[in-house]
Ligand binder design. Sequence first.
Ligand SMILES: Nc1nc2c([nH]c(=O)n2[C@@H]2O[C@H](COP(=O)(O)OP(=O)(O)OP(=O)(O)O)[C@@H](O)[C@H]2O)c(=O)[nH]1
Length: 330
Amino acid sequence: MTKRVDVAVGVVCRPDGTVLWGSRPEGKPYAGYWEFPGGKVEPGESVWQALVRELREELGIEALQGGPWFIIEHDYEHAKVRLHLYRIWEFKGEPASLENQHFCWAGLQPDSISPILPATAPMLPVLNQPTFMAITGFQQMGTDYAHRLEAGLKAHAAIVQFRETGLSDEALVESYRLTVALCERYRAPLCINSATYRVLLDLAEKYSDFEFEDHASNRVHLTHSDLLKGNAFNARAVGASVHCPESLALAFDQGLQYAVLGAVKETGSHPGQKGIGWQGFAQMVEEARLPVYAVGGLSSADLNDAWRHGAHGVAMISAWGASTSCTVAS
Ligand SMILES: Nc1nc2c([nH]c(=O)n2[C@@H]2O[C@H](COP(=O)(O)OP(=O)(O)OP(=O)(O)O)[C@@H](O)[C@H]2O)c(=O)[nH]1
């Protein structure tokens, strides 16, 4: 059996949202295909060390700040690879073509460059998911929460997870309508927590003026318990809440596009319960095969810590929209 080759792959990001692409030089398999810079991890090297070396050798840039994103495995005819995808958000120097390869800055889902390596291309929409997730808080804040949601969506792109427990029928319908209207206005992808989804379906049966249908286009965020039970909501499930590496693996096996893991810090909703902390988070996502949002007592100020410890981004309830300041590293 061929041994799987570990490859360090860097998504070098600029504040304008573009990332660095390189084209594979002549003489290598898939010459001319576009890829993220990187290369094989040499014996005795960590993935980060390999990445720093490759970026220096191939492009003459110095990676300064980066963190693991997730892992992709792919079987090519020439090799079985395990790609360790890293996000790099701070670097020094201007890229130069030191190994006769073409390179360019383009978006994460570029129309302008093709073909892209077969293992990398299907991952692009997954990587391109928003950095933030807003989990709705109408139950805690009443309809004032709509202003918070809007203030946050004006400042940052986000996935919105509509998750409401304990609201009266009328309040739930109203908060759902407000959320849908704001998501449409700001073109924010919406997913509905599976427990709330069931309640909305029941309400649509009960009230003829509330139109909520089990549309194929609806996106569902699975509770941990629905994930464990294998309830995929007729393939509407796109993401899930997870609590351990095993449920993270299950989320990947079920074809989900993201997971949410926490609580990283103690939160108002679970007072007295210590969070898993950034080290605990980093250990749990070490083998992640899909992007993971960190959740629990976090705000946009935690984004760099989240990235450093292997998160795709940050999910927030009470901090969302509370301040429009953004501390994303430039
Ligand atoms: N750098 C990089 N490699 C990728 C990506 N996607 C992907 O499938 N790969 C695969 O990962 C492997 C990287 O090996 P490589 O041959 O480029 O590594 P290297 O620079 O160390 O090459 P060398 O050993 O020939 O000097 C190749 O099989 C390549 O097809 C990607 O986005 N970036």
